[in-house]
Write a protein that binds this ligand. Structure first.
Ligand SMILES: NC(=O)c1ccc[n+]([C@@H]2O[C@H](COP(=O)([O-])OP(=O)(O)OC[C@H]3O[C@@H](n4cnc5c(N)ncnc54)[C@H](OP(=O)(O)O)[C@@H]3O)[C@@H](O)[C@H]2O)c1
Length: 269
């Protein structure tokens, strides 16, 4: 975002947050409402959506509507198209996408991996296609996809999750190149371990020396980075460069060991 332009001027009047009921998504919602944007929040559970929407309306006096929707549903292209056609979104944040169920690829039903592909690949493509067309016509807007450090390299125990999060990074890079001439900002915001309700429910264990980032800090950093680069790493560029300097097979081995440790998986070899 260029200096001197407010969030509301650049990305108003309304933001769509897919996965906006809790954690990082709810922090984005609170931040944007504080800047005067109206909101549409999407998630599966009506209870959490309505609670978050009521809290934000009370705190900031903006308009917040909610839509119950499973982003892995096969008819997402038409549903996303309808949602986006019905409102004037200057900013879309695709946040939903965490892994649920960590284990060896072959020890899980294939549907689990296919579900992650739907959530982190097919649905972001559908949402981006519907939203960016309108933004290009207007000559302004923004799209943020939320990825993970897991997307930087393959990892055992979260093989499909890591691959699907990699898709979001590469998609954002290409879209950023294509749309920068049209005044539309694209960002992939790459989270490391972040304290969210979903992370707490996932069965992740505490690992000494590994402190999760606060969800508000992540959301603030992502909004600040929008418009300045295609990809923003919450851990900082230096940590990513350090990782990339290692042989790729060694990073995969490290990532697999870390995944096993984080979810308390006993490794035999
Ligand atoms: N937390 C971490 O440590 C961490 C680390 C790296 C990257 N990330 C990334 O950060 C993002 C947010 O992660 P998170 O930990 O907050 O968990 P998350 O489950 O990805 O996101 C939570 C939000 O997404 C909604 N959601 C989840 N699945 C959905 C679906 N199929 N359809 C519609 N809405 C859905 C949830 O509401 P409902 O459950 O009610 O649908 C909630 O509003 C993800 O993209 C994740 O990959 C997180």
């Amino acid at each position: 975002m260029s200096a001197g332009t407010s969030l509301a001027e650049r990305y108003g009047p309304r933001a769509l947050i897919l996965g906006g009921s809790e954690g990082i998504g709810a922090e984005f919602a609170d931040l944007l409402a504080g800047a005067g944007l109206d909101l549409t929040l999407v998630a599966r559970s009506a209870g959490a959506l309505n609670e978050t929407a009521a809290r934000i309306r009370d705190a900031h006096g903006v308009e917040v509507d909610v839509i119950e929707l499973d982003l892995t549903a096969p008819d997402i292209p038409s549903k996303a198209g309808d949602i986006i056609a019905a409102r004037d979104f200057g900013l879309v944040i695709y946040n939903a996408g965490a892994t649920h169920g960590v284990n060896l690829f072959l020890d899980q039903p294939v549907d689990r991996a296919l579900n992650l592909v739907a959530l982190n690949c097919a649905s972001p493509v559908a949402v981006a296609h519907a939203a960016l067309g309108k933004m290009r016509e207007k000559g302004r807007g923004g799209l943020i996809l939320i990825s993970s450090m897991s997307g930087l390299v393959g990892s055992g125990y979260v093989a499909a999750y890591a691959a699907s999060k990699s898709f979001e990074i590469v998609l954002a890079e290409g879209l950023h190149w294509e749309l920068q001439r049209d005044g539309v900002d694209i960002l992939c915001a790459v989270a490391s371990l972040t304290d969210t309700p979903a992370m707490q429910r996932s069965g992740m264990v505490e690992v000494e020396g590994l402190t999760p980032m606060d969800a508000r800090t992540f959301a603030t950093g992502a909004i600040d980075a929008l418009g300045s680069a295609p990809v923003w790493y919450a851990v900082g560029d230096a940590a990513v460069e350090g990782m990339r300097a290692m042989p790729r097979t060694a990073i995969t081995a490290n990532a697999s060991a870390m995944s096993a440790q984080l979810w308390g998986i006993k490794v035999d070899n």
